[in-house]
Design a protein around this ligand. Sequence first.
Ligand SMILES: [Fe+2]
Length: 133
Amino acid sequence: MQWSKNLELGVAKIDAQHKELFVQADKLLDRSQQSRIPQTLDFLKGYVVKHFSAEEALQKISLYPKAPFHHGLHVDFVNKFKKLYDQFLSAGEKLTVVMAINSMVTNWLKDHILVHDKEFADYYIKKMGLQKR
Ligand SMILES: [Fe+2]
């Protein structure tokens, strides 16, 4: 699954990071990138944490009331990802796990962005008096 325009929230930094996550997840299924799967997974693991911190920092400065709940969703994702990442490390048949990671990451992100990040972005844009692009 690729990033698409309907996932754009109007907060440039968050949108750019969401796009990057889709690009990286997509690499997992790209034949020409197959030898780099361990590096891609490693990058994703770090980038997800970095992205969530950036999002949570914006929630903090804008006093977003649902920040603790949203943080909980991020923690759930990190745990899910870690579980699959460990499976990847220990699996003999890695392709199945890689495909599971790709679909977990992209499906979770899509649902999360459209509901929870969108709710936050709308709040943030209004609260900070930003212009929606
Ligand atoms: Fe989020």
